[in-house]
Design a protein around this ligand. Structure first.
Ligand SMILES: *Cc1c(COP(=O)(O)O)cnc(C)c1O
Length: 479
């Protein structure tokens, strides 16, 4: 460094000079003066440090045109939304990291109305008085679950937390050790219990819990018995689990409520569409549960929400808890949930109207036909970076529903070219290129290949369009 020539900063325009450049002036019309000035400063600072670092610059790098394009690129990148559409080709239909259930257009209309205009969110129009936001949901939730009463909060984690805090503060909650679940890292039943102010009374063992384990644990300090649907794993082999009906009998004999966290739950019996059976709130309540909790954006197919349904006196206690105010459902979610529940009025058309159910019931032949059509398009995009094959795969419902069951589907599988050495890196690069497209494509890496499960590809034209060379994409062009 000491021997290097002093950097030649001559010819780099000043901030003011660059701002007066007509191309840059036009940018400040669209992006505003402060953002444009900021971008100009950054571009000039980048250029100065590149010169000082002795980097090889293109001869034109200091010219106003090149600098103006750099400013435009910076402004465009900064203005781009962070939350973007992606293609979920992971094979997991309800993918928590990708936003779970997609909503149908009629629901989006209801959300847009509630977003744009004042509504009777908490206003009783007939009486001209303050109303209750649950009123838009409760009648349908009760009809769909057989519950006496229902309320909705921000998500199911909140529903569980609020239920425990309302019914078991400073008391014990009896749960099987086989059901002390952790979901997605941050939802751990034991932690939720302690944050709710309850003491967890674990009974049984990881693989086996008997009715007498529960009976022995119930005492003076017990507030309720709880059952948690083991959402994201199955305990197999030498196992024993006490059916809800027996736990309900035990709880009621001791004058305690029996609460079931269903996790996903499904408002309708999925076997009707040849899908694996998932416990419904209705059958769980009919089997004796006093309350059930479940998510709005899992199998229900709606917005993020947590629903508590069951005995009216218990729901009333939950609604009186001041913590409910901190977990309440926003108006956009109320609008979305009500509109989704309305679709359940016509169960015969649910598989056609509700995107979640439509994706889960998508015929295997239809997915395969899409794969056949897209194979050459993807193969052309991949070029000599690899080869593409069509493979039968198994998709999953996801979000904890039926972890052991899977749905037959078809995937396009990209195998990177070249030998074993550096394969991992080339695979990551290909996956990164697909994520770098205008609409990022998210697949999964499995056995040295990139698997794109087409079950949830609902916009084939957009997917194919951005792979075709005529469309300038931000991903790498075919090699
Ligand atoms: C998913 C799940 C939760 C958490 O629900 P969110 O709606 O994601 O907050 C809680 N319990 C069980 C059993 C679940 O499957």
């Amino acid at each position: 460094m000491a021997t290097a020539k002093p950097p030649n900063l001559a010819g780099i325009p000043s901030v003011d000079r660059l701002l007066r450049e007509p191309a840059v002036d036009a940018l400040s019309e669209s992006y505003g003066r402060p953002a444009t000035t900021g971008a100009v400063r950054e571009v000039l600072a980048d250029l100065r440090s590149a010169v000082k670092a002795g980097r090889d610059l293109k001869p034109k790098a200091r010219e106003p045109d090149a600098l103006a394009s750099a400013v435009a690129a910076k402004l465009e990148a900064a203005a781009a939304p962070s939350l973007r559409r992606v293609f979920n080709l992971t094979g997991t239909a309800l993918h928590t990291n990708l936003g779970r259930a997609p909503l149908p257009p009629e629901v989006v209309e209801a959300v847009a109305m509630a977003a744009l205009r004042p509504t009777n969110l908490e206003f009783d129009i007939d009486r001209g008085r303050r109303g209750d936001r649950d009123s838009h949901l409760e009648v349908r939730l009760c009809a769909l679950t057989g519950a006496e009463a229902a309320t909705a909060v921000n998500n199911n984690a909140a529903a569980v937390l609020l239920t425990l805090n309302s019914l078991a503060l400073r008391k014990e909650v009896v749960v099987s050790r086989g059901e002390l679940i952790e979901i997605g890292g941050s939802f751990r039943m034991p932690d939720i219990m302690s944050r709710a102010g309850c003491r967890l009374r674990e009974v049984g063992t990881t693989n086996r819990t008997h009715l007498h384990d529960y009976a022995d644990a119930v005492g003076e300090k017990t507030a309720l018995i709880m059952k948690v649907h083991t959402s994201n794993y199955v305990v197999e082999g030498f196992t024993a689990e006490v059916p809800g009906r027996n736990l309900a009998e035990l709880a009621h004999a001791r004058h305690l409520p029996f609460v079931v966290d269903l996790g996903s739950g499904s408002l309708v019996d999925l076997t009707r569409w040849d899908l694996p059976h998932e416990p419904t709130p209705r059958e769980t309540l009919a089997a004796g549960a006093d309350l059930v909790t479940f998510s709005g954006d899992k199998l229900l197919g709606g917005p993020q929400a947590g629903i508590v349904a069951g005995r009216a006196d218990l729901v009333a206690r939950i609604k009186r808890n001041p913590m409910k105010r901190a977990m309440r459902l926003g108006k956009l979610s109320v609008a979305a949930l009500e509109a989704v529940l309305r679709l359940y009025d016509d169960p015969d058309r649910l598989a056609e109207k509700l995107p979640t159910l439509r994706l889960l019931t998508r015929p295997a032949t239809e997915i395969e036909a899409a794969a056949v059509r897209l194979l050459p398009v993807l193969a052309a995009w991949v070029g000599d970076r690899g080869s593409v094959t069509l493979q039968p795969v198994q998709s999953q419902i996801g979000s904890g529903a039926q972890p052991a069951s899977s749905l037959p589907s078809t995937a396009l599988v990209v195998h990177p070219s070249g030998g074993k050495r550096g394969l991992g890196g080339r695979l990551e690069k290909l996956a990164g290129n697909l994520r770098g497209l205008a609409i990022p494509v998210i697949g999964r890496i499995e056995r040295d290949a990139l698997v794109l499960d087409l079950r949830c590809l609902d916009d084939e034209a957009a997917f194919a369009g951005q792979l075709r060379p005529t469309v300038p994409a931000t991903g790498e062009p075919p090699a």
